[in-house]
Design a protein around this ligand. Structure first.
Ligand SMILES: C[S@@+](CC[C@H](N)C(=O)[O-])C[C@H]1O[C@@H](n2cnc3c(N)ncnc32)[C@H](O)[C@@H]1O
Length: 743
């Protein structure tokens, strides 16, 4: 019986209608599907923001003390800065009426996600080796806010999002609201789900709904909940989970199977599908089967009724070019008393083939001369290696021919002596692999941590993905899109940027990757730094954060080919296998002492064939990248129209991340007129509209931004630039970029 039937029965009871109404209300409020208690509001510390009156703040414990970080710390209380005077602040609790005073130096600003904030981007560096190629971008900051910012340049236009979020292991590797989420935290999963749902909702807005993919990696701690969450957030998508071996030696889990694999969820939107690719044998989950190639049957009949006497009409000569095996023609069936040896060709280049059995006795053909001729036209006949009776003609029987016609075999064209159909060879057959991957190059230790060490030295980051695992994963969706836009908002060491650059290297593509990561340090480092009297926000702490110490140096080293120690990066891309190598040399005969020249075999590490595009890491990449810090801005700056340069990178990103960024620099916003690059134009003062329009036309720019509070002026420009991307920016620029949850 269902709950609604029960309520109907309650309603019919005397005095039951009120109870039934309450029950209905209760039932309607219940969420179906993934049920969890949201852990809101989320907040994040803004360690780089100078604290001003009106800010929300935490009060830090004295220097030299490590925060408790289990959730019961006073440092978690949120205060509003009432007044600031001298070196101290008067604070009012956000929760109740409590007040207190605190030293200014102990305050750290916090952003609660339910409050309006203003963000911008400030460039911290760039590396340029890619000519006019678009720039990859690494943003150091909280990804929730970075995603909100990205809605302006990339709403519904991202081709692929690849993320490797915190796995919620319970071992001080992930913080929510500034506290490590412990394994025994009663809200452990709720916190993780709240965190993920908020970010995935934004990610969904970035993805192109007609053709894009979201890829999320995860392990056994959260894969069940993540699967449900994705189903709920993307009800129309095709979702599939792949299991991938990333640690073949396994991590021991007491009383359980050792963990060798993790999972990848693929959420395909619209028409998005994985492409068939020419993959190495490791990707095959079964040995080659007969379904890979059609079966060619001998034209000579085998089995019952296979003699000349039984089928005299099927005993005729086939004339075949000796050298090539090309069938020239078929002759008439011989009279039963005629000797086939009397049939000869005038042309010494042509041989006469009869259906003789291996023992030399007379057989018969399976099909007649007319059928042979029509099958030849279709490319369904070929001659294979000769035996002592000459060439052996073979053909595709009707069942196989049907399979060819219905596309079951991968036919790549026609060729050969009889212009027969050609099937892709096993090595270049393109296919979509199965849902279990066991690929040696996906080993996270070897091709994640060890590979990363080539670029930035050892022990800077513990859990990078294998570069080739990310590259392979992306290639199924990006190989035929050389202009793809890829986002990774849990970028860590920026493996995804590196993988995208490798994909570009393969086909000279112009794909670009936007990577976002915060600048956190590990728990062990945080403890050590705190003991040294440092605090998050101090330069000595921040420079060891993952964005600044790992992601950005990695991207620079990968592009330039120069490791952080100043030397060329050692090693080649690709994976090595132990194999025997032939060595030529001289060996001394131990008995005679004579030198013998010869070949011998030596076991050696050799590049394995199955990583596409191996080349020296020191070659670097012909790519460009730019690095930004996410900045939190004061509303006063915005109302004074002073924040253009902080949003300038967003206009540039919207215009394809190519060429220079239009900024105001020292120019007074009131004095600014207009500026145009090859990619976009910004009109600051409508009085200059005619010159601006001319400038944009001359350079044929596709993206036009107009700074005006007058809607009519914007509409006029839209009319001028029909079919182009024309966008209005209000004079208090950042109003267009207001961020706040659940507004
Ligand atoms: C599992 S790691 C990703 C590793 C990455 N795939 C690689 O190969 O290096 C997750 C990363 O997300 C970052 N992160 C976690 N929460 C974040 C947040 N709210 N905003 C930005 N980055 C965050 C962490 O710093 C961490 O480095």
């Amino acid at each position: 019986m269902q709950i609604n039937d029960l309520i109907d029965r309650v309603e019919k009871l005397e005095g039951g209608s009120e109870l039934a109404r309450d029950l209905r209300k209760f039932v309607n409020k219940r969420r179906l599907g993934l049920v969890y208690e949201e852990s809101k509001p989320e907040y994040v510390r803004l360690t780089s923001k100078p604290v001003v009156e009106g800010d929300l703040v935490n009060v830090l414990p004295p220097r030299g003390t490590m925060e408790d970080m289990s959730g019961d710390d006073e440092a978690d209380d949120i205060w509003v800065v009432d007044t600031l005077e001298g070196g101290s602040a008067h604070l009012v609790s956000l929760e109740d009426e409590k007040t207190c005073n605190a030293a200014y130096e102990d305050l750290v600003a916090v952003a609660r996600f339910d409050q309006t904030i203003y963000c911008g981007l400030s460039e911290t560096g760039r590396v340029e080796r890619g000519g006019d190629k678009p720039y990859h971008t690494v943003i150091n900051g909280e990804n929730y806010h970075a995603l909100e910012l990205m809605l302006f340049p990339y709403f519904q236009s991202v081709d692929c999002i690849y993320i490797d979020p915190p796995y919620n292991t319970g071992d001080k590797s992930w913080k929510y609201n500034n506290n490590y989420v412990a394994a025994d935290d009663a809200y452990r999963h709720s916190k993780w789900l709240t965190f993920m749902e908020d970010r995935l909702r934004l990610a969904k807005k970035l993805l192109n709904p007609t053709n894009s993919v979201l890829i999320v990696t995860i392990d056994e701690k959260e894969y069940l909940r993540l699967g449900l969450l994705l189903e709920q957030l993307f009800p129309d998508a095709t979702i599939q989970m792949v299991s991938s071996v990333i640690n073949p030696s396994g991590v021991a889990r007491g009383g359980q199977y050792a963990r060798t694999d993790e999972y990848l969820f693929f959420v395909q939107l619209g028409t998005c599908r994985p492409s068939k690719l020419p993959l190495a044998k490791e990707w095959r989950t079964s040995k080659k089967t007969t379904t890979d190639e059609p079966t060619w049957r001998t034209v000579r009949r085998r089995g019952s009724h296979d003699t000349r006497v039984e089928r005299p009409n099927s005993f005729f000569p086939i004339f075949i070019m000796k050298k090539t095996g090309k069938i020239v023609s078929c002759g008439q069936a011989l009279d039963i008393q005629d000797d086939y040896r009397d049939v000869v060709s005038d042309d010494p280049e042509i041989e006469v083939v009869f259906p003789l059995k291996p023992d030399g006795t007379e057989g018969c053909w399976q099909i007649g001369a007319e059928t042979i001729s029509s099958l030849l036209d279709k490319g369904y006949v070929r001659c294979v290696s000769r035996n002592k009776w000459g060439w052996i003609p073979t053909y595709l029987a009707s069942g196989e021919a049907k399979k060819v016609e219905s596309g079951i075999y991968d036919i790549v064209g026609r060729g050969g002596a009889n212009n027969e159909i050609q099937v892709a060879s096993a090595s270049d057959t393109e296919f979509v692999p199965g849902s279990q991957w066991r690929i040696p190059s996906h080993n996270a230790r070897e091709y994640g941590s060890n590979l990363l060490a080539n670029f930035i030295g050892k022990k800077r980051f513990s859990y990078p993905k294998s570069l080739y695992a990310v590259e392979d994963t992306l290639q199924f969706y990006l190989s035929d899109n050389p202009h793809a836009l890829i986002v990774d908002f849990f970028a860590g060491s920026a493996t995804t940027v590196h993988a995208v650059m490798r994909l570009n290297h393969r086909d000279n593509g112009r794909r670009r990757c936007i990577a976002v990561t915060n600048n956190e340090v590990s728990y062990e480092e945080a403890t050590r730094f705190a003991k040294q009297g440092l605090r998050q926000g101090d330069e000595e702490w921040e420079r060891f954060g993952i964005a600044r110490y790992v992601a950005i140096p990695r991207v620079i080293a990968a592009i330039t080919g120069i490791a952080t120690d100043g030397n060329p990066v050692s090693g080649d891309y690709g994976i090595e296998d132990e194999d025997y190598q032939v060595v030529e040399g001289s060996i001394e005969d131990p008995e005679t002492g004579k030198k013998l020249r010869g070949k011998y075999y030596r076991k050696a590490k050799m590049p394995a064939a199955y990583v596409t595009d191996p080349f020296p890491m020191a070659d670097g990449f012909e790519e460009n990248a730019v690095f930004y810090d996410l900045k939190y801005l004061e509303p006063s700056v915005i109302t004074a129209n002073l924040a253009f340069d902080e949003i300038a990178p967003l206009l540039w990103m919207r215009s394809g991340s190519v060429g220079p960024v239009i900024t105001l620099g020292d120019t007074d916003p009131e004095e600014a007129t207009f500026e145009v690059t090859d990619a976009y134009g910004v009109l600051f003062d409508y009085a200059w509209a005619p010159e601006f329009i001319e400038g944009c036309r001359a350079r044929d720019v596709d993206h036009i931004f107009v700074v005006t509070d007058v809607d009519r002026q914007y509409r006029d420009l839209c009319a001028e630039f029909r079919g182009k991307d024309v966008k209005q920016l209000y004079k208090s620029y950042l109003r267009s970029f207001e961020i706040g949850q659940d507004r």
